[in-house]
Design a protein around this ligand. Structure first.
Ligand SMILES: NC(=O)c1ccc[n+]([C@@H]2O[C@H](COP(=O)([O-])OP(=O)(O)OC[C@H]3O[C@@H](n4cnc5c(N)ncnc54)[C@H](O)[C@@H]3O)[C@@H](O)[C@H]2O)c1
Length: 250
C-alpha cells in the first residue's frame, strides 16, 4: 500500500479516464497528487472523490492547459507549495483525431501536435528543475500503440505519439545524470471517453485482433504507471512499456 509513500505526483489530463485512475491508484499507494486538466469541474470532482475516499487533502485539482507554459509553471508551483516538491510527472493529457493525411486540416494538425507533443515537452521542461531539487524523479509519458505501429488513418495522432516515444528516450539520456528516469507507456484499446470517437462496429474487430480478445480498464494501465513511478523501477529508464493485450506482438 505504500509503494509511492512520500512522493508527490503531477498528472496532466487527470480529470477522467486513465489520468483519474492513475491519481486514485497513486494516492492509494501513499502519494500526494496534483491533477491538472482543462475540464475544471470534472477535475475538482475527481480530486474531491479521492479525498473523501482515501484521506483528506491527498489530491488537489488545478486548471492546466498543457499547451500553455504559464499553466505548467503554476501547476509545478502548486506541487511545491501544497506538498513540498515534485517527484513524479505523468504526461497523460491527449486528444484523438481519426483523420488521414489528406482529410486532416492544418488547424486539426496544430491542435493535436500542440496537446499531444508540445504538451509533453512543456511538462518535462517545467517538471525537471523541481525534480532536480528532490535529487531525482520519474517522468511517465503516455504514448500509444499508435506510436509504435501504423494504421489506415489517425495521421496526426500517429505523428505525435511516435514523437513522444523518442522525446522520452532523448530525455531519459539527458536527465540520467540527475537521477530522473523517463519512460513511455503504450496503451492499446482502453475503455475511457477517448474510445467514444470510434463506433462499436469499428471497435469490435480491433478487440478481436487483440490476442487477449478484449480492451482494458484504465486501472490496468494505471498499475503500470505505479510501477514506473515507484522505486521498484529504479533501473528502468528510456523504456517503452506496451500495455496492449498483445496487439503489437503479432
Ligand atoms: N483510451 C485509449 O484507448 C488510449 C489508447 C492509447 C493511448 N491513449 C492515451 O492515453 C492518454 C489518456 O487518455 P484517456 O484514454 O484517459 O482519454 P480521455 O479522453 O478520457 O482523457 C484525456 C484527458 O486529457 C484532457 N485534455 C485534453 N486536452 C487537454 C489540454 N490541452 N490540457 C490538459 N488536459 C487536456 C481531457 O480533458 C481528458 O481529461 C492520452 O494521452 C491518450 O492519447 C488512450
Amino acid at each position: 500500500m505504500d509503494r509511492l509513500k512520500g512522493k508527490v505526483a503531477l498528472i496532466s489530463g487527470g480529470a477522467r479516464g486513465q489520468g483519474a485512475a492513475e491519481a486514485r491508484l497513486f494516492v492509494g499507494e501513499g502519494a500526494k497528487v496534483v491533477i491538472g486538466d482543462v475540464l475544471d469541474d470534472q477535475c475538482r470532482k475527481t480530486a474531491d472523490d479521492i479525498n473523501s475516499r482515501l484521506g483528506a487533502k491527498s489530491a488537489v485539482a488545478r486548471h492546466l492547459d498543457v499547451t500553455r507554459a504559464a499553466d505548467w509553471r503554476a501547476a509545478v508551483d502548486v506541487c511545491e507549495r501544497e506538498f513540498g516538491g515534485l517527484d513524479i510527472l505523468v504526461n497523460n493529457a491527449g486528444i484523438a483525431n481519426l483523420k488521414g493525411v489528406e482529410e486532416t486540416s492544418e488547424e486539426e494538425w496544430d491542435s493535436v501536435v500542440n496537446i499531444n507533443q508540445k504538451g509533453v515537452w512543456l511538462g518535462m521542461k517545467y517538471a525537471v528543475p523541481a525534480m532536480r531539487k528532490r535529487g531525482g524523479g520519474s517522468i511517465i509519458n503516455i504514448s500509444s500503440i499508435l506510436g509504435l505501429v501504423g494504421s489506415p488513418r489517425n495521421t496526426a495522432y500517429h505523428g505525435t505519439k511516435g514523437a513522444v516515444r523518442l522525446l522520452t528516450k532523448s530525455a531519459a539520456v539527458q536527465y540520467a545524470p540527475d537521477k530522473i528516469r523517463v519512460n513511455s507507456i503504450h496503451p492499446g484499446f482502453i475503455f475511457t471517453p477517448m474510445l467514444d470517437v470510434v463506433t462499436r462496429e469499428e471497435l469490435q474487430p480491433l478487440l478481436e485482433a487483440t490476442p487477449l480478445k478484449r480492451g482494458a480498464e484504465p486501472e490496468e494501465v494505471g498499475w503500470c504507471a505505479v510501477f514506473l513511478a515507484s522505486d521498484e523501477a529504479s533501473f528502468v529508464t528510456g523504456s517503452e512499456l506496451v500495455v496492449d493485450g498483445g496487439y503489437t506482438a503479432q
